[in-house]
Design a binder for this molecule. Sequence first.
Ligand SMILES: [Ca+2]
Ligand SMILES: [Ca+2]
Length: 243
Amino acid sequence: MPGVSFIKILFFYPILFYQNCIDAQSGDCFNNDWSNRVDGCAGMLFKGRFSRSEQISLEFNNNILGLKFRFTFTIGKFDSWDHDDDYLQVLANDVVLDTLRYGAYQGSGLCFEPKYSELFEQKQYIFYSPIGRKSLKLTLQGHFDEDVDNESWGARAFTLEILEPCVEFYSDCNFQGDVWRICNGNQTSQIRDIPFEIKSILIVNGIQVKMRDPKYHGGQTQTYTSSQYCLSSYQFPKYNQNA
Ligand SMILES: [Ca+2]
Ligand SMILES: [Ca+2]
């Protein structure tokens, strides 16, 4: 039987990797992601309120693979921000993506101190991660000089999408040994030989990896939709991308 070993990867993208605090009033704000502090303004729940040098962040460790990401959230600007002195910075992997500044009277009076105004604004950032990096840290860092009853901020409707996801194949179990990586958007070649026996695969949710080898599972195609920590044997397959 002239079996041809192969790998086919289905990238369904963008992959919605993470979301939190999406619904106006539901319980998905009440967890420990970002912060366990929750407040409401105009019928909307926010993580917050924060002031002074308070920051909130979320880290994904050793479970995220991608070259290109999109992070969105909605900022709540509350009360008396001093436009030149007070600001909120958005960071990915400790690199500043944006600096947000507002004035005390921007928006309309919705909650908290009646003299000053509130503004809700959806923000969206596309950024890149170095090849091979498996962690990501997102941070909202405040820079304020007065207390929360005078000037503050909150955040809600967090989403993180992977616009260019990757899959990694390893020569040893538990994602050790040599690595062979394929990322969506890599246009170097459509079919290549993987230069070692595959023992484990790191797969982000939302990707399908199909593999077949005549010496494995009777030549049946296997479909994997989550990471595989230790496979018994896949030898010298061909790679075939079908996005
Ligand atoms: Ca107010
Ligand atoms: Ca201030």
